[in-house]
Write a protein that binds this ligand. Structure first.
Ligand code: GUN
Length: 280
């Protein structure tokens, strides 16, 4: 039976360390501050934004919220971002996704100053990451690395297989694992013989967005299985991409959903906000 990696404990451990770090920065007159922009009334986004504020409160990071109406235009949003880019009191800016369909998402994300881009979504920051010279690290993939580190799971030299090639998880996850000297394979919807590849993984990361996608026969005995999925099953309950019950019998370590990778994403956002404040 696999050891369950407890993301909440690892989150609390990291947030406590950051709380001390923020207090020390405050002594030097540095006050990390995160500005969060939310557009419209998406209920899931509201929950995420509230959780981000709660993490700021726990660590002593100042949080500001900018809630804009659903009908906001791209230009109006860009105007706010320009204002926050120029505001010396703001260390990091995050624009909660998804944005309403009338807004040009790429234009918005590229307008956030790379030095305040705590989501690490800006092309400049992704480019830096790809050459191993990142200022910020992408929050969810870095959260996965922290889980592995906390559990003492070696990544160097290991065969890591990632299912999913999104810009937010799959691709940056591959870059971080490569930087940590893993041998990395990225699989996706057009991959042939997927199970054959996933069965070779020492560390398998699922970021597909399909409930129970990873079955036990796709996993090697003793593999580490990291589930990045956040889905609703037929009963509307939160679930990941991995058939947890069956895969846990075969894996050496596994992350649950909820309570695995999820809590680490916001934790790494706090880390990036502190980095931004130190660099400003
Ligand atoms: N929506 C869901 N996850 C995220 C995230 O990590 N960052 C932002 N900005 N929006 C999101």
């Amino acid at each position: 039976m696999a050891k369950i990696i407890d993301g909440k404990t690892i989150r609390d451990y990291n947030l406590n360390l950051m709380k001390e770090e923020v207090a020390a920065l405050n002594e030097q007159g540095i006050y990390p501050c995160l500005a969060v922009i939310i557009v419209g009334n998406n209920p899931a986004s509201r929950v995420y934004v509230n959780n981000k504020k709660a993490a700021c409160d726990k660590t002593g990071i100042i949080s500001r919220e900018y809630a804009l109406p659903e009908e906001t235009t791209t230009d109006e949003l860009l105007e706010l971002i320009d204002k926050l880019n120029a505001d010396d009191e703001v260390s990091g800016i995050l624009c909660q996704l998804p944005l309403p369909q009338q807004i040009d998402k790429e234009k918005v994300l590229e307008r956030i100053s790379p030095s305040k881009d705590v989501d690490c979504f800006h092309p400049e920051n992704i480019g830096r990451l790809s050459i191993g010279n990142g200022i910020f690290l992408p929050c969810t993939p870095n959260g996965v690395m922290k889980l592995l580190e906390y559990e003492g799971i070696e990544v160097a030299g290991k065969r890591c297989v990632i299912i999913g090639r999104s810009n937010i998880v799959g691709k940056p996850m591959a870059m971080l694992m490569l930087a940590a000297n893993a041998t990395v394979t990225v699989c996706h919807s057009r991959t042939e013989n997927l199970s054959e590849i996933t069965r070779q993984a020492d560390i398998l990361v699922a970021a597909v967005g399909v409930p129970d996608f990873v079955k036990a026969d796709m996993v090697r005995e003793g593999a580490v299985v990291i589930d990045v999925g956040i889905n609703r099953n037929v009963n509307e309950r939160l679930c990941g991409d991995v058939d947890f019950k069956e895969v846990a019998k075969k894996a050496s370590y596994i992350t649950p959903v909820p309570g695995g990778v999820g809590p680490m994403t916001i934790t790494m956002l706090m880390r990036n906000t502190i980095t931004a404040a130190k660099n400003s």
